[in-house]
Design a protein around this ligand. Structure first.
Ligand SMILES: [Zn+2]
Ligand SMILES: [Zn+2]
Length: 177
């Protein structure tokens, strides 16, 4: 993937939503494309090689304009800065690691909003027409699970190896004919 291949396509996408094609918009769009979930700092770091004079504030402005135009999607998991992604229009959800804040996409079974509707509403909520359900799953990512298991093993190393040793000496009975 080279910038020269991607630039005309990015330009066409900007024009399609009525945005003027500018170097920062092209650079931000290409920086976010296929890069997962990036915060403004990460986008800024990715484009400063190409556009050295670009300020973080202008990256924020461009990200805001591209999000408002529907070319990028913004998510804001609790405890994380706003994250931007190029995967739009499929109503996918996110799973966030409670330990390292890694974010991954989770497919939406329905694929369009709202894929969840609330139960019977009363009072003020009953007047709402629901158009979106924002779903964030929280858990531990694979790397953090490995790290936590390793540190738990380390903390209980003497007991664990003793238990392992005795388990080896007395193998569990194996079912035989
Ligand atoms: Zn993690
Ligand atoms: Zn996503």
């Amino acid at each position: 993937m080279t910038t020269t291949d991607a630039a005309p396509e990015a330009g066409a996408r900007l024009r399609a939503v009525g945005l003027k094609v500018t170097a920062p918009r092209l650079a931000v769009l290409q920086a976010v494309a296929g890069a997962g979930h990036l915060d403004a700092d990460a986008v800024h770091a990715r484009i400063t090689g190409e556009l050295p004079g670009t300020s973080l504030q202008s990256v924020y402005n461009v990200l805001g304009a591209l999000t408002d135009a529907g070319l990028l999607r913004r998510i804001e998991p609790a405890g994380s800065p706003a994250l931007y992604e190029s995967r739009i229009g499929d109503n996918h959800h996110h799973v966030v690691c409670t330990r390292c804040r890694a974010v991954a996409d989770v497919e939406c079974v329905v694929g369009e909003p709202p894929c969840l509707v609330p139960g019977e509403s009363t009072g003020a909520a009953s007047g709402f027409a629901i158009h979106t359900a924002e779903v964030t799953f929280w858990g531990l990512c694979a790397d953090c699970r490995v790290a936590l298991e390793a540190s738990a093993l380390e903390a209980s190393a003497p007991e664990a190896s003793a238990a392992e040793a005795s388990a080896l000496e007395t193998p569990a009975p194996v079912a035989s004919a």
